[in-house]
Design a protein. Structure first.
Length: 137
């Protein structure tokens, strides 16, 4: 799909929201082809530069930016949830958030807490199963 066709189909992917589809070298510092816009309802609230490192089985969040006028405390929990879904869909084991972007630190903390909660839940479930599967003397 060419850029003009994509602009017609997805009118919100235009320079009016600060980025455009079409690849730009990373060194230019502007998001380009690999930007993942994040919508809450019909509002663009954030964008991330994502890359799946399939060799290491990691979803790399190379940058995370909040759109102007949005509240990070409202956006980050939903964004983290969607990124975890994407990680699972791509069959990746974990994620890695770089320091680039105004949402990076908050997103990193949210994803880390979610991973810790999942690990704790798994340990509790399996510990209980092992307790009941081992017979008493």
């Amino acid at each position: 799909m060419g850029v003009p066709v994509a602009r017609k189909q997805f009118g919100w992917l235009t320079p009016s929201v600060g980025f455009d589809i079409g690849h730009r070298p990373e060194a230019k510092g502007r998001p380009g082809y690999y930007v993942c816009p994040f919508l809450l309802g019909d509002t663009l609230v954030a964008r991330c530069d994502l890359k799946a490192d399939r060799a290491r089985k990691i979803l790399m969040i190379r940058s995370a930016f909040l759109e102007p006028g949005q509240d990070a405390r409202r956006v980050v929990p939903d964004l983290a949830c969607e990124l975890r879904h994407m990680q699972a869909w791509l069959e990746l084991d974990t994620n890695e958030v770089s320091e680039r972007g105004d949402l990076a630190r908050m997103l990193q903390g949210s994803l880390r807490r979610a991973a810790d909660q999942l690990a704790t839940s798994w340990r509790k479930k399996h510990f209980r199963r092992e307790m009941f599967s081992v017979g008493l003397p």
